[in-house]
Design a protein around this ligand. Structure first.
Ligand code: ADP
Ligand code: ZN
Length: 749
C-alpha cells in the first residue's frame, strides 16, 4: 500500500507516515488533512512511497483528504528544500515552512469569495413592463445587470434591501446567485501612478550582455521556448548608473514573450523603490501579471499572490530574499540585483543565502540566472575568475557622464586643526554643504553604522590595534578591559598610548546618528535636515514618505546609515559625504575592507545622477587604506586583486568556507560551558583541513536577555564542515535552556 510522509503544520516539526487511501491522487508537495491523535490536522506531503515499510508491526492510519487537488510544491522545489536542509544543517521542515509560508498554509486565508448576482435570462418586453409597475425594485435590478460587464455584480452593491427582490428573480429564473472569487489586490490602493516606458536603444556593452543572456536561453531549436538546459550563471558587473536595469528589463521582456516566467530579487523592497517602479512601468501593459512581494502584504493578499504565481497568472515576480521560492511555473530567468548585499542572507533558521539559492534553483529548473552589481561579492568574482560564472561588463555610465570625483579628507589633520578628539565635520565638507545650501541643491550624508564590536583607533595617526595572526581589528571587551581577536582568540592589553606614534589620545571609535543630527542643526541652522535610521523602517510608509519628501526637495540634507546607499536615484543630489569611513574598516571581520569598498562605491553612485555634476567627500583617519584608495579611483579590479590576495594568504572565503557556531542561554555560565564542551568534542575528531577557532564571547555578548558565545570554523569544503558540526551536535545533548545555532557561510561574526 502506498504511503505518504507528512510534515504536520505547527511549530513542533512533527513528521508522520500515513497510508494513502485507494484512488486518492496524493503526490509529494500536496497539502493534506490527516488524523493526529484524536483530532484532524493539516500538513504537507514530503514524499510518497509505493510501499509502506513492512516491518512497522502496526498498520499506518490512512490520511483523510487533499485540501487542494494539485500539489502546491513542485518536485524541483522539494529538491531545493532538501539541498538547503543539507547544506545549512537545518531540518527540511524549517525549509518547507519558508517554501510554503504560513499565509499560504492557513486554510482561513483561502481565497475569498462573495455572493454575486448574474443575469441568466432577460424577460421579454411585456414582462419587463409589468415588473416596472408591480415590482419596481426587481425591474431596477434587471436593468442594472443588463449594462454591467459580464452582466453580473456583487450582491452587496445592490443595497441592503435587495435580498427579497433577488430571491424573487431567482425563483423566476431570470438571475442566479454565484460565489465570485475576489482577488485581494495589494495594489488596489497606494501604488503611485505609473507611466509606461519602452525599451531604450542599448549601448554596445548593454547589447553584448543582453545577447549573451538571451543566447543562453536558446537551445538547439533556436527558440526561447525550447526545453531548458542548465547554463552557467552570469555575473553582470556594471559601474553604478551603467544601465544594468535596462538589460534586466529587456531580458525579462524576451523571456516573458517566449512564454516563460521571470523572478527578480532585490535586497529590500522598501529600499529599492525605483527598481520596482521601473519594472512596473516597463510591464504596465501586462500589469496584472506582475506580482510584487512586499513584507507588508496582508495574509490574504499573500495567499492570493502566491496562488496567482503558482497558476501562472502572475508571470513576473519581484521580491526580496524569500521570493526566491516563489512557485513560478516554467521559470526562464532569475535576476539577482545587487547580488553582493548582505540582506540576501537570512539571519534565522534556515540561514540560507538568497543569491546562492537562486543559482541552485536556476540550475534545477534549467533557467538562466544573472547576478548584477557594481561591486560584486568576492565570492562571485572568484567564481567568474574560475570560469564558473560568465562575466559580462558595463564599464561606462549609460548617460555618458563620468563617475563622480571622490575627495578623501584626512581626519588626522582635521582633529589636530580643530583640537578635538572626536571631530566629525571637516572644514572641507562643511563648506561643500554650505555651497549646496546656497545653490539649492541636495546633500546625502552617510554615517557608517557601527556594529556591536568596538575597536581602538588613534586619532593622531589613524593606527588601529589589529590581530597579528588574522588581519582583523581586535575587539575591546569592557568586562575584562582587554582586546581580543574574534577569530583566533589572541588577547592584548589595552594600550594607554598609541603603539605607533605614542600619542596618548587613542580612543574607542564611534558616535551615533542622533549626536550627528544635533551638531548639524547647530552648524547649519537654516537647513532642512532629516535622518533615516532603523526606526524609520519600522513604521509603515515612514520611509516612503521621507524619501518622497526628499525627492520633492522638501529636505536639504539627508543623514542616514549605509542602508540608504542602495538603488536610490535623486537627480538633485550633487554632494554625498561619508562621515566616518573607518568605522566599517575596523570591525572584527575579514570582510571589513570589502564592505567599505562597496559602501563607498555605492554611495558615490548616488551623486550626480541627474544633469548636475556630483561630488563625494570621504572623511577618514586612514586615507591610505586600499579600500578607500581603490574606491576613489573606481577600480574594482584593483581592489579585488589585492583583497583576494589577503584572503588567500589568511585562508578566508572565497578560498575557504567559514561557519559560525553560537551558543545562547539566559544563563551565562551554562552558555559558556556548553560551547566549551562542543569545542572539545569538535576538536577530538577534527577532520583534516578544518580549522577550529577558540570559544569566545560574541561581540554582542548579551541580547534579548540571552548570553552568547561563539566559535568560528573554516575549511575547504562546506559539506565537510556541516557534517562534522552536525555529528557533534547530534550526540551532544544540550541543557534545556541552551540553544546552539549553526550558520554556514556566516556573514557577520
Ligand atoms: P544601474 O542599474 O547600472 O545602476 P540604471 O539602469 O539605473 O543603471 O541606468 C542609469 C540611467 O541610465 C537610468 O536613468 C537609465 O534610464 C539610463 N539608461 C540606461 N540604459 C540606457 C540607454 N541604453 N540609453 C539611454 N539611457 C539609458
Ligand atoms: Zn587572531
Amino acid at each position: 500500500m502506498p504511503a505518504a510522509r507528512v510534515l504536520i503544520d505547527g511549530p513542533s516539526e512533527l513528521v508522520f507516515d500515513y497510508a494513502i487511501p485507494d484512488g486518492l491522487p496524493v503526490l509529494a508537495g500536496c497539502r493534506v488533512r490527516v488524523p493526529l491523535r484524536n483530532k484532524t490536522s493539516t500538513g504537507t506531503v514530503l514524499a510518497v512511497t509505493d510501499h509502506a515499510p513492512a516491518d512497522l508491526g502496526f498498520a499506518l492510519r490512512p490520511l483523510h483528504s487533499l485540501t487542494d487537488p494539485e500539489p502546491l510544491l513542485t518536485p524541483k522545489l522539494l529538491e531545493l528544500a532538501r539541498w538547503i536542509a543539507d547544506y545549512y544543517a537545518c531540518s527540511i521542515e524549517s525549509v518547507v515552512r519558508v517554501l510554503l509560508p504560513e499565509a499560504v498554509r492557513t486554510e482561513e486565508n483561502a481565497a475569498k469569495t462573495r455572493k454575486a448576482v448574474v443575469l441568466t435570462q432577460l424577460p421579454d418586453e411585456e414582462t419587463l413592463d409589468q415588473l416596472a409597475k408591480r415590482a419596481p425594485k426587481q425591474h431596477t435590478i434587471l436593468t442594472l445587470l443588463r449594462h454591467v460587464p459580464e452582466q453580473q455584480m456583487p450582491l452587496t452593491d445592490l443595497g441592503n434591501a435587495a435580498g427579497t427582490s433577488v430571491k424573487a428573480l431567482v425563483a423566476k429564473g431570470f438571475v442566479q446567485l454565484i460565489d465570485q472569487q475576489v482577488r485581494r489586490d495589494p495594489d488596489a490602493d497606494g501604488v503611485d501612478e505609473i507611466l509606461p516606458t519602452r525599451d531604450l536603444p542599448l549601448s554596445e556593452e548593454q547589447q553584448t550582455s543582453l545577447d549573451a543572456i538571451l543566447s543562453s536561453l536558446e537551445t538547439d531549436g533556436g527558440s526561447l521556448a525550447s526545453p531548458p538546459s542548465p547554463t552557467r550563471p552570469f555575473l553582470l558587473h556594471g559601474v553604478t548608473g551603467s544601465g544594468k536595469t535596462e538589460v534586466y528589463l529587456q531580458a525579462a521582456r524576451h523571456v516573458l514573450e517566449a512564454g516563460r516566467t521571470v523572478l527578480v530579487l532585490v535586497p529590500e523592497i522598501s529600499l529599492t523603490p525605483q527598481t520596482v517602479r521601473r519594472f512596473r512601468a516597463r510591464f504596465a501593459h501586462i500589469q496584472d501579471q506582475v506580482a510584487v512581494l512586499h513584507s507588508n502584504l496582508s495574509q490574504g493578499e499573500r495567499f492570493d499572490e502566491w496562488h496567482r504565481i503558482r497558476k501562472g497568472k502572475a508571470r513576473i515576480v519581484i521580491g526580496a530574499r524569500s521570493a526566491v521560492f516563489a512557485p513560478l511555473p516554467d521559470l526562464g530567468l532569475i535576476l539577482v540585483d545587487e547580488e553582493h548585499e548582505n540582506s540576501y542572507k537570512q539571519d534565522q533558521v534556515p540561514r540560507y543565502h538568497g543569491r546562492d539559492v537562486a543559482v541552485l534553483r536556476a540550475h534545477l529548473e534549467g533557467a538562466t540566472v544573472v547576478l548584477g552589481s557594481a561591486t560584486p561579492s568576492l565570492e562571485s568574482w572568484q567564481n567568474a575568475l574560475d570560469q564558473k560564472y560568465q562575466l559580462l561588463r558595463l564599464t561606462h555610465r549609460a548617460d555618458g557622464q563620468s563617475l563622480p570625483l571622490i575627495r578623501v579628507i584626512d581626519m588626522r589633520l582635521e582633529s589636530k586643526k580643530q583640537k578635538s578628539k572626536d571631530t566629525f565635520l571637516s572644514d572641507r565638507l562643511r563648506s561643500a554643504i554650505d555651497d549646496r545650501l546656497a545653490k539649492n541643491e541636495q546633500t546625502i550624508l552617510f554615517l557608517n553604522r557601527r556594529g556591536f564590536a568596538r575597536s581602538l583607533q588613534c586619532p593622531a595617526c589613524g593606527h588601529v590595534c589589529q590581530c597579528p595572526h588574522c588581519a582583523i581589528a581586535l575587539t575591546y571587551h569592557r568586562t575584562d578591559d582587554r582586546l581580543i581577536c574574534h577569530i583566533c582568540g589572541h588577547q592584548a592589553v589595552v594600550p594607554r598610548k598609541c603603539p605607533e606614534c605614542k600619542d596618548p589620545s587613542i580612543i574607542l571609535q564611534g558616535f551615533g546618528t542622533q549626536k550627528v543630527e544635533d551638531v548639524f542643526h547647530k552648524v547649519f541652522p537654516s537647513a532642512r535636515i532629516a535622518r533615516i535610521d532603523a526606526d524609520a523602517l519600522r513604521k509603515k510608509n515612514a520611509l516612503r514618505d521621507l524619501l518622497n519628501a526628499f525627492r520633492a526637495r522638501k529636505i536639504d540634507l539627508l543623514i542616514g546609515t549605509q542602508m540608504i546607499a542602495k538603488g536610490l536615484h535623486f537627480p538633485n543630489v550633487t554632494l554625498v559625504g561619508i562621515l566616518n569611513a573607518d568605522i566599517g574598516l575596523h570591525v572584527p571581520d575579514f570582510r571589513a575592507g570589502e564592505r567599505v569598498f562597496q559602501l563607498l562605491t555605492q554611495v558615490a553612485g548616488r551623486a550626480g545622477r541627474g544633469s548636475l555634476e556630483g561630488e563625494v567627500i570621504v572623511q577618514t583617519f586612514t586615507p591610505h587604506s586600499p579600500s578607500i584608495q581603490f574606491a576613489r579611483h573606481h577600480d574594482f579590479d584593483g581592489f579585488a586583486d589585492q583583497e583576494l590576495e589577503m584572503r588567500r594568504q589568511f585562508g578566508y572565503p572565497p578560498f575557504a568556507r567559514c561557519a559560525l557556531l553560537t551558543v545562547r542561554s539566559t544563563h551565562e555560565r551554562r552558555a559558556e560551558f556548553t560551547l566549551q564542551t562542543l569545542h572539545r568534542r569538535l576538536k577530538e575528531a577534527l577532520p583534516p583541513g578544518i580549522e577550529l577557532g577558540e570559544p569566545l564571547p560574541s561581540p554582542l555578548v548579551k541580547a534579548h536577555g540571552q548570553f552568547r558565545f561563539q566559535l568560528i570554523l573554516r575549511g575547504p569544503k562546506a559539506r565537510a564542515l556541516t557534517r562534522h558540526v552536525q555529528q557533534v551536535l547530534d550526540k551532544t545533548p544540550l541543557p534545556e535552556d541552551v540553544t546552539a545555532v549553526f550558520d554556514m557561510d556566516a556573514l557577520s561574526f
